[in-house]
Design a protein around this ligand. Structure first.
Ligand code: 2AM
Length: 194
């Protein structure tokens, strides 16, 4: 019997060049921040989230697919330039370690379109302003003050330059299964930008 609800999000995939760059940054950070204070995202799982939907009834997937198709059709493909490193909410109080990007206005326009259209069918709008990022790792809840301090110190000194370009040509709906071994993402739908 299949589940009637799936955890889902809308995201952009990354180019092999970008992934290779992220792999190097992730490996270097693991070297500089050993131990269990950070839960690392496997590089093959890293993506750019545009809209986190949370629990989606499977009966809503068709209409979500149509929304993604419609938003994609309104925008042309474009390049994003990946690079830089930071932490949320801030380097001195890191919870999420991310790699940043430079993107043209299409990216926030698409995110806004998805936000508006998914809100119309009942998905809670994002409260925080859109801040596109690629999550490399998350600080464990049980990290000690000393470990958090060490992470901050590494982030203050470790510089990450340009890592690669990703051409954004499509939007994807992903299902996320939170298994004991980590999150497993499955692509449910893709829509080409015009
Ligand atoms: P993050 O990388 O900033 O954590 C799948 O979980 C994706 O949805 C992740 O990329 C995650 O972004 C994003 N996301 C956004 N809001 C979320 C939330 N409230 N809970 C879990 N994931 C969320």
């Amino acid at each position: 019997m299949g589940a009637s609800v799936v955890r889902a999000f809308i995201a952009v995939d990354l180019s092999p060049e970008t992934r290779k760059g992220l792999e190097q940054v992730s490996a270097e950070l693991k070297r500089r921040i050993p131990g269990g204070a950070l839960r690392w995202v496997p590089v093959e799982n890293i993506h750019l989230t545009l809209k986190f939907l949370g629990d989606v009834s499977v009966t809503n997937i068709d209409v979500l697919n149509k929304i993604i198709d419609a938003v994609a059709a309104l925008h042309h493909s474009f390049d994003i330039s990946i690079g830089g490193i930071g932490a949320y909410p801030r380097i001195l109080h890191p919870r999420v370690i991310w790699v940043g990007m430079e993107a043209p206005s299409e990216l926030p326009a698409i995110q806004h379109g998805l936000e508006i259209e998914t809100a119309r069918i009942g998905y809670a709008p994002e409260e925080r302003p859109f801040s596109p990022h690629l999550t490399l790792g998350r600080v464990s809840r049980n990290a000690s003050g000393q470990e958090i301090h060490q992470i901050s110190e590494v982030l203050k000194t470790y510089k990450v330059g340009f890592l690669g370009v990703t051409r954004v040509e499509s939007l994807h709906l992903f299902r996320s299964d939170l298994n004991p071994g980590g999150a497993v993402y499955t692509r449910l739908h893709s829509a080409q930008l015009s």
